[in-house]
Ligand binder design. Structure first.
Ligand SMILES: [Zn+2]
Length: 210
């Protein structure tokens, strides 16, 4: 099925909302894409008529066909990111931006070759699982755990300001992070021997293993 890039992006966003929040709502899409309710509604009509989503009470659900398309796109996005960071040496902020374009272009057989070159990675550089390889990692937000030592599993949102802060602090999937002290909005953390203070907003963006 040939879909426009815009429709592909909506499907992918619905999938990712389900992954992070457990469900997707029309209002989430309006917020994420900064488009009018009318535009979203037209796109959703189209996706529904193609049998890719179902709608009830402003909640959206992917059908099996919709899920397949979303998983293919997300696999393509996350493998593109890995290719850019691991092979080409692009930083993880630009890798995410460029992958938004690359994800739509790879034919399946080329994507499989990229996957093989990368050694069949299980996650993107930000820790998000590559569909078909592993389940959504279990863990807790750094803002929700008690003082102690953890491994960073995933950065929740791949937004530039978040990734820039994480980079500066050395918070990356696989790194060990010590939560030394937590107050209302202040989290004292230690990474690689360096002690830093981070806000709850940032601590909300880090998933650690528990
Ligand atoms: Zn990523």
């Amino acid at each position: 099925m040939e879909l426009s890039e815009a429709l592909e992006n909506y499907i992918k966003e619905i999938y990712e909302l389900e992954e992070v929040k457990g469900q997707a709502k029309v209002t989430d899409l309006i917020l994420a894409f900064q488009v009018s309710p009318g535009t979203i509604s037209k796109a959703l009509d189209r996706l529904e008529s193609l049998g890719l989503i179902t709608r009830s009470n402003r909640k959206l659900k992917l059908t099996d066909d919709g899920r397949k398309i979303a998983e293919r796109l997300i696999r393509s996005h996350r493998l593109s990111e890995r290719l850019l960071t691991d092979v080409i040496g692009v930083d993880w902020i630009r890798a995410h931006e460029i992958a938004h374009r690359l994800e739509h272009i790879w034919p399946d057989d080329v994507l499989d070759k990229i996957d093989a070159i990368l050694g069949f990675p299980s996650t993107c550089p930000h820790g998000h699982p590559i569909p078909g390889r592993m389940k959504i990692p279990t863990g807790k937000l750094l803002s929700e755990v008690n003082e102690g030592e953890y491994k960073v599993v995933m950065i929740v949102k791949e937004e530039e300001w978040i990734l820039r802060n994480m980079e500066m602090l050395g918070i990356k999937p696989g790194e060990t992070i010590k939560l030394l002290k937590k107050d209302e909005d202040k989290f004292i953390v230690q990474i690689n021997g360096k002690i830093n203070e981070i806000t709850k907003t940032l601590a909300d963006q880090v998933v650690v293993n528990v």
